[in-house]
Design a binder for this molecule. Structure first.
Ligand SMILES: Cc1cc2nc3c(=O)[nH]c(=O)nc-3n(C[C@H](O)[C@H](O)[C@H](O)COP(=O)(O)O)c2cc1C
Length: 191
């Protein structure tokens, strides 16, 4: 049987990890992950990103407590099973939107660049794939974008006024790795 290409294998094996081992992530590893991120392509080569690295649990807890009620409000009226279960979890004090991960890296995007969301998402995917390749798990925590409405929080996170939160991603060594959620067959139009 032909061996799968290592890049394809990394792409397919990466999972969103929501259970982390109690093992710190070194700053060297964090810098290697960010280095993979900045090799992403960008519109006009603008590289419109900056990074905030948070290892301080108290700051992460504060962010989590800020976002939980806001997410609950967004989910009001959505009564499908998965959302109901998630809402129940969000209402508990213990639930941490960052799943107690040891490190959160926020990819910030420069607001004045038209391709900023694409650019920072490419960077984010590079970072998650690099982390997987280095033996770490990751998960993009879109919920954390809800800090964007709070000037005090943005100030605490040292986010400059001309930057916005695009991709908050947690990283760490996995406690457990979930099964791959099944993928739908792609809809392809061939012309
Ligand atoms: C833009 C974006 C936002 C996401 N936000 C969250 C989130 O707030 N919380 C969470 O647990 N997972 C979040 N995820 C992870 C997805 O739930 C996950 O990618 C999806 O279930 C597929 O699983 P996989 O990454 O293991 O393939 C997010 C993913 C993306 C791309």
């Amino acid at each position: 049987m032909m061996e799968e290409d290592p890049v394809i294998s990394t792409i397919k094996m990466r999972r969103s990890v929501r259970d982390y081992a109690n093992k710190p992530v070194s700053n060297d590893v964090v810098e290697s992950i960010i280095d993979a991120g900045i090799h992403a392509p960008t519109g006009l080569g603008m590289q419109p990103w900056r990074f905030v690295v948070i290892k301080d649990k108290a700051i992460m807890k504060q962010m989590s407590n800020h976002c939980k009620p806001r997410l609950l409000k967004q989910l009001e009226g959505i009564n499908i099973d998965a959302a109901m279960q998630f809402k129940k979890m969000l209402k508990t004090e213990e639930f941490d939107i960052f799943y107690n991960a040891p490190v959160l890296i926020i990819v910030l995007g420069y607001k004045n660049v038209p391709t900023v969301d694409f650019d920072c998402s490419m960077c984010a995917q590079n970072m998650m794939l690099a982390a997987h390749s280095m033996g770490l798990g990751s998960c993009w925590i879109g919920t954390a974008c809800l800090v964007q409405d709070n000037p005090e929080m943005l100030n605490k996170l040292k986010i400059p006024a001309d930057f916005k939160v695009v991709a908050p991603i947690i990283f760490g060594y996995a406690g457990s790795i979930p099964a791959a959620p099944p993928r739908n067959e792609p809809v392809i139009t061939w012309l």
